[in-house]
Design a protein around this ligand. Sequence first.
Ligand code: PMP
Length: 412
Amino acid sequence: TASGTGPSDAALRERAARVIPGGMYGHLNAALHGPTYPQFFVRGEGCRQWDADGREYIDLMCSWGPIVLGHRHPKVEEAAARQLAQGDCLNGPGPVMVELAELLVDLVPSADWAMFSKNGTDATTQALMVARAATGRTKVLKAHGAYHGADPWCTPSPAGTTPNERADLIEFTYNDLASAEEAAARADGDVAAIIVTPFKHDAFEDQELADPEFVRGVRALADRIGAALVIDDVRAGFRLDLRGSWERYGVRPDLTAWSKAMGNGYAIAAVTGTDALRDAATTLYSTGSFWFSAVAMAAAKATIETLRDEDGIAAMEHAGRLLRDGLEEQARAHGFTVRQTGPVQIPWLSFEGDTTLEKGMYFSAACLRHGVYLHPWHNWFLSAAHTEKDIKQALEGTDRAFAETRAHFGAG
Ligand code: PMP
């Protein structure tokens, strides 16, 4: 059996290896997280998940983002169940599609319309199609290392893609306005869009908040060259600011890609955009068999309304602040220097000088043993279901994990 996983997980892995390529693929492939991470999960409730062997974890990954109110949130489940009783996948969308679009247009100042799909990649790809349809141009500027999805144009692995599929991307360095200007100059007037995440959340690296000058600068650059500014809010959306993640900077995008947290785990994504791009959006042929299913839309409506009415973002910030302060104090007490980066509700912790991630891997595996599920090289996610009591319990686990990491690596 894979070391550290229980017998049920091991048995499922063995069967999976026969019928699923590599036993698992994509970002939820447990082999990527560490040898002791369980692969299969059977239940989630609030801020907890249970693996196939019944082990319980305080969930600091929230399924890599989708779970924003906690697993099986009653208001979301009730809305989804009510819709499911009427039907999900019909000959046309339900009235809930209009209600959800109205809700987004009402909440998001840069949104005059919304289109829906299923995954973040659908939304980023569709946003670029709108930008290209509107401008008649080809190239897209993106930050080096930024993840925008797994279609051939953006997947981080070249396997199965052709150079042509990436030929229209020009890269700049996040938070470096001069490099974005330079990337634009290289495109020689042919830029359809600048796509950018609200902060730098690349895997394997400390996170970086956006420099306000960079934020205002890319907006001005897009305006100057007549390109659409696309915010990829797939990861941060509905966790930082319901109005959109750059609203706090006073900067509005032309298009925004949303997904992940939008339906508290139900499969849904959206592109929102401004009136100036409405006609271009109208011209696309962009669709999918399941894009109009009503259950996920009902779940999204309930998720967003609950976040709004109960100030879910403040709850996540409060939990995130407690976690960050607690971890800082524990690290110091155990003689570690750590870096905690990103917004407190989308946090990450790295050990100073741990370039091989050896300490980070050891620490996260130790957390797992003590019932805390977090990640060694990808940012974590908090939800509105994380109470002070839950964070306190998580911190008991991380304290023991720091102690074991100290014992393993020794002082100094
Ligand atoms: N953009 C960003 C910023 C993301 O974090 C992700 C998912 N990690 C995507 C796009 C792609 O979303 P999906 O996996 O739902 O296609």
